[in-house]
Ligand binder design. Sequence first.
Ligand SMILES: Cc1ncc(COP(=O)(O)O)c(C=O)c1O
Length: 375
Amino acid sequence: MERIYFDNAATTSLDPVVLDAMLPYMTEKFGNPSSIYSYGRETRLGIENARKSVAKILNAHPGEIFFTSGGTESSNTAINAAINDLGCKHVISSPIEHHATLHTVEYLHHHRGIGLSFVKILPSGHIDMDHLRELLQNAGGKCLVTLMHANNEIGNLLDLNAVGTLCKEFDAIFHSDTVQTVGHYPFDLRNTPVHFITAAGHKFHGPKGVGILYINENVKITPYIQGGSQERNMRAGTENLYGIIGFAKALELATEHHAEHSAYINDLRQYMAAELEKNIPGVTFNGDLKGRSLYTVLNVSFPKSEKSEMILFNLDINGICASGGSACTSGANAGSHVIRAINSNPNQIAVRFSFSKNNTRTEVDKVIAKLKELI
Ligand SMILES: Cc1ncc(COP(=O)(O)O)c(C=O)c1O
């Protein structure tokens, strides 16, 4: 059966060019980067070149880029460091963060007595900036603000500069989960008021299990993982060598083709939205579809019925891959915490379709035809 993959916010396929770059590091270039002889020197060079390339693309200093296992580890490291090393006593976050953030701040609140407040979410899915200011004013101690750049379920984009500037005013630490935007948007970290950002290679056609944590050079933290001296004593453990090579290659390709791919994917998403409106009565969209929003994500609400309640299951039976929430929760399915936070209408079923450069209008047409049958 032909399969249609419309779940690119969960993960993307590995680009064959990325695989080609990784392969030598799985075969002949296998040395431990910490070894002092030639095998080690050659893989160490591979890692340091990858770091330089990533730093250049993000307009950061190579010393600010740390390779990790992905978005979850990076956010855990940043949030814990803000509490343990940077004197934050209070965390301001939002109810629509990824669980990598939400569960971390909730843990710190329940087990370490750290203050926690959630900024209000407007019906558009954007955060209420006036409420954020109020929370910062009333926090009564140094704050960590942790707010995601793009929401992985509804696609809404945060204004990093506006939030960072507000954080500066209150001397707060600012961490942003940028897992859905690195590799999809240009970054200029030297001119962005943020202390920590994160990324995961598998969201932009790189390998899984590798990511970065950007730590602004003015911030000094202690390691989260203890052990050897890898990553300049900041992240112990033998490096995910071929993952790191793949991460850098994927980011290089994404950057090179950004204009072309983002326009193509955005067109596909708008086309699907228009076709849904034309063909499925009662369909609505979650998030700020026509405003500040990721071009890769389309979150759709179908009117609730016996048929629509089975929609994800039936799409899957027909070879169409989409999800109800983030990939980490869609198996358990207690419903999406993001949709609950922005849309209190219980008579709707939300489905996230998310696209990549590999999808086509023909695929959209096939999905629409199937949805007409299934809804
Ligand atoms: C917004 C966001 N943050 C964090 C993560 C976690 O990243 P990873 O699975 O690489 O740890 C994901 C993806 O799963 C995500 O979409």
